[in-house]
Design a protein around this ligand. Structure first.
Ligand code: FES
Length: 179
């Protein structure tokens, strides 16, 4: 490979060593090199959010992130959220509230939503542009704030009401019982 670089990634808890072209984006490394096809390629230019994954606790657009820049970092994809056969509460809530239709944007939506909860807890306002924060500690999240924080994730089917309902429920800490 021309411009080959070695990169060590911790993906969903397991260490992966890859040799990639230095220009390879994380999205392609995940999908084409590691077979982790849960992360979707929509626009491939930072516009849709389908490729969202979590790197060291923060959401990133993997289509705009060089794999080599993730050296030594913890990458969590949709495949890494469930614990055994136990869905992540956010996955369960998306099912409960029909937070998807065709499902193509869903892995990105769920990764964004999981990171959003942590950001809200930390008072991180990087994804809120309109001063919509509900409270300083973000003990509550208004639907408007959830929408704003999720605005980087486009759903062509328009499943937004279900997405917001799912996030609202998980944020409020109510158990999402799901058979
Ligand atoms: Fe990355 Fe659309 S595929 S934002």
């Amino acid at each position: 490979v021309e411009n080959a670089v070695k990169v060590l990634l911790k993906i969903n808890g397991s260490t992966q060593r890859l040799e990639v072209d230095s220009r390879t984006v994380l999205l392609d490394a995940l999908r084409e090199r590691l077979g982790l096809t849960g992360t979707k390629k929509g626009c491939d230019q930072g516009q849709c959010g389908a490729c969202t994954v979590i790197v060291d606790g923060r959401r990133v657009l993997s289509c705009l992130t060089l794999a080599a820049s993730c050296e030594g970092k913890e990458v969590t994809t949709i495949e890494g959220l469930a614990q055994g056969d136990q869905l992540h509460p956010m996955q369960a809530a998306f099912i409960k509230y029909d937070g998807f239709q065709c499902g193509y944007c869903t892995p990105g939506q769920i990764c964004s939503a999981v990171a959003l909860l942590q950001e809200a807890k930390n008072g991180d306002v990087s994804h809120v542009t309109n001063n919509l924060r509900t409270s300083p500690q973000n003990l509550e999240l208004s639907d408007q704030e959830i929408r704003e924080r999720m605005s980087g994730n486009i759903c062509r089917c328009g499943a937004y009401p279900g997405i917001v309902a799912a996030i609202r429920e998980v944020h409020s800490g109510r158990e999402t019982a799901q058979a």
